[in-house]
Ligand binder design. Sequence first.
Ligand SMILES: [Ca+2]
Ligand SMILES: [Ca+2]
Length: 181
Amino acid sequence: MDRDFYQRKMAVRFDSIDVDGDGVVTKADFERAGERVVEGLGLTRESAQGRAVLDGAGTFWAALADAADVDRDGKITRDEFVIACTETMLATPAGFGITARPFAESVAKAADPDGDGLLTADEYKRMLTAMGVKREALADAAAHRANEDGSISVAAAIDAAQDFYTSDRPYHPATYSFGTF
Ligand SMILES: [Ca+2]
Ligand SMILES: [Ca+2]
């Protein structure tokens, strides 16, 4: 198991969740991450999809805080985040279902405005951008599990998130890239 690779991947994810950049993640960061998705997808907070995204972000925070915030000060450092992801999702893949999946699923569904279960290439990129994925990682992410035309099913997008959080394998071994989510 390439735990080192996994932990570097989660350290990068930490930075995209630490929205205010103060070096710790808090409930407020997760709320902001949820709001960023809602805004990025052009939803309102009150819509069913908007509420699902915000709830999903809250669930993600609560699960990580449960695992990582040992002193209950409401703050998770980068090291604590990496260890919590390792314990709750890499070591226990089923943990993805109660940790990151509700957020990933609500986001993927919210990114599919016509609800046909397929995201166009543009919709998928928009979703990843709203998730805080860096521009340089977008092509990589979009290639992962996507169809030839860059479209991707909602189910495959959720599977990609599951791979991201539960796998220690690089998406592209040659470049050892992180992929993303
Ligand atoms: Ca923060
Ligand atoms: Ca669609």
